[in-house]
Design a protein around this ligand. Structure first.
Ligand SMILES: *Cc1c(COP(=O)(O)O)cnc(C)c1O
Length: 385
């Protein structure tokens, strides 16, 4: 650790490998046909995306820029899943005509299908994103709550029926449904409810699906929380009653469950200051790098001190480099930290690097660690002009 420069993100290759191998193995043991699409938005660092591609995952993208990034990082279009509410028209049409899995989110995208070259219809893979009341079945667990989720066509008010009828009336191939749902809890119940909704839709509309996209939002690598095996077994139990898994490909779109636990953020103490009431410990990192939305209330971390200090414990507030008063990580009651001591934040791979603002300092360095060897994979950046 002493060899690396701080602050920096460290990708732990072994942990990443464990998560990814566990996902792919569990999928292959559970479902005859499956696809895993890595959720770019969870962490869009190119080294990580390329790693996922080499592991056989597809790209799960939610904007034209992410779709374009997938192509430039070597995903063929027919290994891209194109989701999201605000796709660009040119990218949408290219994706449809070249066999990407395109999950339609809005009426404007339905209209765009009329502008796609109909001679390519034999390779279209069009899904409809379904909006459904998950809060009713899992009270208190959904992100949208009683205000509803905001993506896809509503099952309850008939918009989904209209969208399906539009596909049929225009003789557009309609291959799948997309049921991603971001929850607060990531509980097994959420996935049981999603599976039950899938069954209901298949029965109601008498569908023969080529694919069923469950989405992401799973826990992964968190002790005491469900594993991929726990989720997939429950999902399969419910689906198998109605859906022929020999004919329907199950798609999952994991993000946080793969990368969350595989990244650390290393910071170093650069100064210590006493005030009238407090003892502040200044780190060279910032909360803006690992809690960009400023809503974490606790952190997993460990401390590496050069020499064990025998002094009595002191209440310290660990702070970051920015000039914002609230750039405070947490209170620590511990032997006083000194210049050069390291504070290592763990499990910070999801919704951090991709959301880090260029605020006061440019993006920090990124290393990949494998068996104690550190490789610098992103240099210290400069502020943009
Ligand atoms: C965000 C998102 C995911 C990934 O969610 P995680 O919680 O990071 O696993 C997957 N699919 C869609 C459509 C998303 O918006």
């Amino acid at each position: 650790m002493k060899k690396i420069k701080t602050p920096s993100f460290i990708i732990r290759k072994e942990k990443l490998e464990n998560q990814t191998n566990d996902l792919m193995k569990t999928l292959s043991e559970t479902f005859p046909f499956y696809i895993a699409g890595y959720s770019f938005k969870t962490n869009n660092f190119s080294w990580i995306i390329s790693y996922m591609r080499e592991k056989g995952l597809w790209a799960e993208t939610v904007s034209s820029d992410e779709y374009t990034l997938a192509k430039s990082l070597g995903f063929p279009i027919n290994r891209i899943i194109f989701n999201g509410p605000a796709k660009g028209k040119a990218e949408f049409i290219e994706a449809v005509e070249n066999g990407a899995i395109v999950n339609i989110d809005s009426k404007r995208e339905l209209k765009w299908l009329k502008e796609c070259n109909s001679s390519t219809q034999n390779i279209w893979k069009i899904g409809l994103r379904v909006n459904f009341d998950i809060e009713e079945q899992c009270p208190g667990e959904s992100q949208g709550g009683t205000e509803d989720g905001r993506f896809g066509f509503s099952l309850e008010n008939g918009e989904l029926t209209d969208a399906i009828n539009f596909m049929i009336a225009n003789k557009f191939p309609f291959s799948g449904i997309h049921l991603h749902c971001s929850s607060k809890t990531r509980s097994l119940n959420i996935y049981k409810a999603i599976s039950a909704i899938a069954v209901k839709i298949v029965k109601t509309f008498n569908l023969n699906l080529n694919f069923l996209d469950i989405g992401g939002g799973f826990f992964g690598g968190v002790p005491g929380k469900p594993s991929f095996h726990d989720y997939f077994v429950e999902i399969k139990k419910i689906l198998a009653s109605t859906i022929n898994l020999e004919k329907t490909t199950i798609i999952v779109e994991p993000g946080i469950s793969l990368i969350g636990c595989a990244v650390d953020y290393v910071t170093q103490v650069i100064d210590v200051k006493e005030t009238k009431h407090n003892h502040f410990t200044l780190l060279d990192g910032s909360r803006t790098h690992i809690d960009p939305l400023m809503r974490k209330s606790s952190y997993t971390y460990h401390i590496e001190q050069s020499e064990t200090s025998s002094k009595k414990f002191v209440n310290q507030i660990l702070c970051g480099f920015t000039c914002m008063e609230n750039d405070r990580f947490f209170h620590l009651n511990y032997a006083p930290l000194k210049e050069g001591d390291l504070v290592v934040f763990e499990n910070v791979g999801a919704y951090t690097m991709g959301l880090s603002p260029q605020f006061i300092e440019a993006y920090p360095r990124v290393y990949v660690e494998e068996q104690g060897h550190f490789e610098l994979v992103r240099k210290k950046q400069k502020l943009p002009l």
